[in-house]
Design a protein around this ligand. Structure first.
Ligand code: VTB
Length: 336
């Protein structure tokens, strides 16, 4: 057993390094959210994403870390910023970084709810550098953790989750991405009697919502992005939830790619141990209103953000409500 296996202790790769506390990373997601929320409803997903990327990169760049991007905006030749392998920070705490500067670019372009800026800070080697392709996922909160099985039938899974929550299947709310590839899945869920929320985008947000009690969501299932799956795995680890996942290559080229990553067996069920074996912190800030986080609210000389800071080192989950003052002169007033 390494020291990192004991809850609340640091992984060996970080011993002897000055640990940057989780809340110090808040500026990363807050500034990304503040920048991209200006693009709400502008019909420009690239503009919104670019604003988030620039802000995130600037904030990481000023931090006392040596952070290597393992999940970013693409490979080096595709992405000028936050590319996989890019090292960020002024030097200091070694860490892995996984980012989705704007999860839900289309949501922002349309002015829809549920967009977030999110990042994961992991111990070196603590976050899988998964190849970007589809991934089948099943995500639940702590109440159903240890009881579900991605290989079970949909009806068995719904029955199991209902039992865990001590309720009827018709009282469950299942989140599914609204995509043609999910027609059969949606049909099976409906015919077994559970309620469905079809989401246009944003399966990290959806999975976190299913893992937090009181949101009214109980289960996320379906096929979404693999990089989103890695970030979800880290977040659910912090929230006490569970992800089970399988890579879902579309063609032979992707199957070959998976082999190079040692993931050639597409029947293999990946868990948080595979996807994010040593996450430290996960931070997310709402860009547009969602079940879990409020979106950015601007006012005449400032703005307000709502974030979640999940910290496995101190074993805390904080909801942070921040007022950002834009002008040098004092704000007229602070509202509760
Ligand atoms: C999902 C969704 C993301 O990608 O992971 C999805 O949660 C999967 O890709 O917000 P498709 O859009 O091809 O279904 C996103 O939409 C981000 O692009």
């Amino acid at each position: 057993m390494t020291s990192g296996d004991v809850p609340g202790t640091l992984p060996e790769s970080l011993l002897g390094h000055l640990l940057v506390p989780a809340t110090e990373f808040l500026g990363v997601t807050e500034q990304a959210a503040l920048a991209s929320a200006r693009w709400v409803g502008q019909g420009d997903r690239h503009g919104a994403d670019g604003a988030a990327v620039d802000a995130m990169r600037r904030e990481f760049g000023a931090m006392p870390i040596t952070g290597e991007v393992v999940i970013g905006e693409g490979e080096k030749d595709e992405a000028p910023e936050l590319y996989v392998g890019e090292v960020l920070g002024t030097g200091g705490m070694p860490c892995d970084i996984a980012v989705d500067p704007l999860e839900g670019t289309d949501l922002v372009a349309r002015g829809d709810g549920g967009a977030i800026a999110v990042c994961v800070i992991g111990a070196p080697g603590g976050v899988m550098a998964a190849p970007d392709m589809y991934m089948q996922k099943l995500c639940v909160g702590a109440t159903a953790r240890g009881h579900v099985d991605i290989d079970a039938t949909i009806s068995d899974t719904l029955d199991t989750v209902a039992r865990c929550y001590d309720r009827r299947v018709k009282d469950l709310s299942v989140l599914v991405l609204d995509r043609p590839r999910h027609e059969d899945l949606i049909e099976e869920i409906r015919s077994h009697g559970a309620r469905i929320k079809l989401i246009p985008d944003g399966d990290i947000t959806a999975s976190m919502s299913a893992a937090v009690r009181g949101t009214g969501d109980h289960l996320y299932m379906g096929i979404g992005g693999s990089t989103e799956g890695v970030i979800t795995a880290a977040a659910l680890e912090c929230l006490g939830g569970e992800i089970q996942a399988k890579m879902w290559p579309k063609n032979d080229a992707q199957r070959e790619r998976l082999k190079a990553f040692g993931l050639g067996d597409t029947d293999r069920v990946l868990t948080a141990r595979d996807l994010a074996p040593q996450p430290l912190y996960v931070l997310a800030t709402g860009v547009t209103d969602g079940n879990l986080l409020k979106g950015v609210r601007y006012f005449s000389d400032g703005a307000r953000t709502h974030s979640i800071v999940m910290d496995l080192c101190t074993r805390t989950v904080r909801f942070v409500d921040t007022i950002h003052m834009f002008s040098r002169t004092p704000l007229r007033e602070i509202r509760l």
